[in-house]
Structure formats: structure tokens, C-alpha cells
Design a protein around this ligand. Structure first.
Ligand SMILES: [Fe+2]
Length: 381
């Protein structure tokens, strides 16, 4: 049995409420444990916590232009690995072709996020069309394939030896953020029945991270019906109605969308900016001391970052603070936008992530220096 030390200490100059009423000319840094769920201390600094001038070593903030990664084939198992550990595997797959085979992930649930394009998913449970902005949760060992009607790029997030679940809605109840009734699932419709032929099909089973090729003399997607609670589910980010507060900058965990052991997937969607003059209006500087943080930028103006475009990924391993870029911080203080229109997918991983072998080829090597303040006047008002 163990529990955290929990005693609120105030030392020196401090606000009594996080992210509001900062001491004059100070920069707040949240030092948190267990993501945004555990105990934390809010530090008030005289300089931006990201104000380093130089950095030697590889454990640093990194950014990658994931869409620029070369793709090698028309099976999702060819998709280059971006980041991984024992709990998850993040890949980005781009294709313009219909799959001529089925795949099945025996290693864990798969979460797809459609960054670009549209098409049709055929799986054990039936047919489901998809388009940009859809999440698709595929339970472990489901057989599936896609047909594309345009170039498709999608994130694949494997919950290794694990499963995706809904997040605990806590005091806001089961219908906040999105009502489960909005989730779509595959149906045994005319399109599904039309592909049920006696032609031979191959299935690429990924198990123990190795590919097995299984041949059938018929199409194994031959179900005539099913009953139960295990199926493929689809959610578009446009159906997420985000929690917000006009007086308090909510932490990223308020935007949690899917949960698995040791990591969580959050979605940042358009919302009004905080209107209270004393509240922070950009993400607060934080040392998320136990989690590695990955953000995939989908669309919109990424309001806390400079020089980030759709399709990029930032990776902030734990061990140092990150936060808004100087220009974004300054404009949030002087002339805050009334609305943020960014759409991004965040993965917060409890265990350290490793970088894929080829991803360094699309790295933006100057990202570690992107917090350099060239304005020399970015103190809080
Ligand atoms: Fe963060």
C-alpha cells in the first residue's frame, strides 16, 4: 500500500489557482505526476522554462514530417513505424489502392485515424465507409481490408497486447464529450454481401510481430449476422463536443478520447478561447514528469506552435518542460484569438517511447531551438 504525499505548500510568490492570476512577469510551469491526474506543483519562473540556448544529446523535443516518410507497399503492415514501446506502436500508412488481401492484427487492438482521404472498410462485422477525421477502433484479431476512393493517409495506433476502452467521464457523466449513440459500426449491407465470393483470398496475420500468410478458397468476410458488444467502432472528431471553461485552461486530459493500459489518446478540436482576462489562453508550460507526449497535427492553425503544418508529429519525452512557442505566447497575451480551430491527436504514454529506425530522415532538426525568443519581450502582462 502506498499513497502520494499530498500537502499544499505555498512558498514565495505564487498564485492560489493554477493557470490564473500569475505573479507579475512570471512564467508558470506545472510539474505533474501521473500525467495530469496526479499531484503537481506549479512553479513561477522569471524566465520561460523552455528558454534553453543549446542542447547536446538525443533526449530532446523532436518534430517529424511524418507524411514525407516513403511508403513501400499497399498493406498496412508495410507502414513505417514512427514511435513504439511495449504498450503501443504508432505507424503512418499512405495508400491509393484497394487492398487485395485481408489483414488481422493478433498483437492488439488497432486504432486508425484518417488524416486524408475516404474509402470503405470491409471487416468481419460488415461494411463501413470512412472519411477524413474518422477514428476507427478495430478489436484485436478482426480481419479487415480497405478500398479507397482517394489517396488515404492514416495513423495506426496499436494497443499492443491490450485493448481500447472508453474513458472515465467522471463528474460530467456518460454523454459528455460525445454520446456513445453517435458511434457507428459496420453493417451487413448490400456492399458487404456483394463481396462475399468463392474466389480465393489471402489473409496477413500479424502475430508476435511476425507476418503469417493464410490462404482461403473463399472470402472469409462471409458473415450473415452477428450479435454482441465487440465490434469495429467509428467516431469522427466533428462529433466530439469538447469540455471547456471560459475561466480555466483545461489540461489535455479533459480531451481524452480513448484509453488503453499505459497510454491515452486525446483529441484537440475547435473551441472558444478562455475569455477571463486572468486565465491562461495557451497550453501552460509543463514538465509532465512521468509521460512521453506525442502530438499529430491534423488540420487548422496550431495555436501554441510555430512552423507546424498538418501531417507533422511532435515528440516531447518526459524529463524537461515544454509549452507554447514565444510568438504564440505573446499573441495570446496581447491579442488572443477568440477561437482555436486546431484539430490534433495526442498520445500520452506512461512508458518511454523509442523512435522508429527511418523516422530521423524526416526530422526537423532545429525543432529543439524553436522556443528561442527573438522578441526579447515576452513576459506576461
Ligand atoms: Fe504537453
Amino acid at each position: 500500500m502506498h499513497k502520494w504525499f499530498q500537502l499544499p505548500i505555498i512558498e514565495g510568490l505564487s498564485s492560489k489557482q493554477a493557470h490564473c492570476d500569475l505573479p507579475h512577469d512570471s512564467f508558470e510551469r506545472e510539474c505533474g505526476r501521473e500525467g495530469f491526474y496526479g499531484p503537481a506543483t506549479h512553479m513561477y519562473h522569471q524566465h520561460p522554462p523552455t528558454g534553453w540556448l543549446s542542447w547536446q544529446g538525443n533526449h530532446k523535443p523532436r518534430a517529424f514530417d511524418a507524411l514525407a516518410l516513403p511508403q513501400s507497399g499497399n498493406t498496412p503492415w508495410d507502414a513505417p513505424l514512427l514511435l513504439s514501446n511495449a504498450d503501443l506502436k504508432l505507424r503512418l500508412w499512405q495508400t491509393s489502392k484497394n487492398m487485395d488481401h485481408l489483414v488481422r492484427n493478433g498483437d492488439g487492438d488497432e486504432l486508425l485515424f484518417i488524416h486524408q482521404g475516404r474509402g470503405d472498410l470491409y471487416c468481419d462485422f460488415g461494411h463501413l465507409s470512412f472519411s477524413e477525421g474518422d477514428y476507427i477502433v478495430i478489436p484485436r484479431s478482426t480481419s479487415w481490408r480497405i478500398e479507397t476512393t482517394s489517396h488515404v493517409s492514416l495513423l495506426m495506433i496499436e494497443a499492443t497486447n491490450n485493448s481500447y476502452r472508453n474513458v472515465d467521464r467522471g463528474i460530467v457523466g456518460e454523454h459528455a464529450i460525445y454520446d456513445p449513440a453517435i458511434l457507428e459500426y459496420p453493417t451487413i449491407n448490400a456492399a458487404f454481401k456483394a463481396q462475399q465470393t468463392e474466389e480465393s483470398w489471402q489473409l496477413l496475420l500479424k502475430a508476435r510481430n511476425q507476418i503469417n500468410v493464410i490462404g482461403y478458397p473463399f472470402n472469409p468476410l462471409d458473415a450473415i449476422g452477428w450479435k454482441g458488444a465487440v465490434t469495429v467502432l467509428k467516431l469522427n472528431w466533428r462529433d466530439i463536443r469538447p469540455l471547456m471553461s471560459h475561466r480555466y485552461h483545461l489540461p489535455p486530459s479533459a480531451h481524452s478520447t480513448f484509453s488503453a493500459n499505459n497510454f491515452v489518446v486525446c483529441t484537440f478540436v475547435p473551441r472558444p478561447t478562455e475569455s477571463d482576462p486572468h486565465a491562461l489562453k495557451v497550453p501552460f508550460f509543463h514538465s509532465n514528469n512521468d509521460y512521453d507526449e506525442v502530438i499529430f497535427y491534423h488540420q487548422g492553425d496550431f495555436f501554441s506552435r510555430d512552423n507546424i503544418k498538418p501531417g507533422m508529429i511532435t515528440f516531447h519525452p518526459c524529463g524537461f518542460p515544454h509549452g507554447p512557442h514565444p510568438k504564440a505566447l505573446k499573441s495570446s497575451q496581447q491579442k488572443p484569438k477568440p477561437f482555436t480551430d486546431e484539430v490534433a491527436v495526442m498520445i500520452d504514454s506512461r512508458n518511454p517511447l523509442d523512435i522508429g529506425s527511418n523516422i530521423d530522415k524526416v526530422e526537423l532538426h532545429d525543432y529543439v531551438h524553436s522556443w528561442r525568443d527573438t522578441t526579447h519581450n515576452n513576459h506576461n502582462e
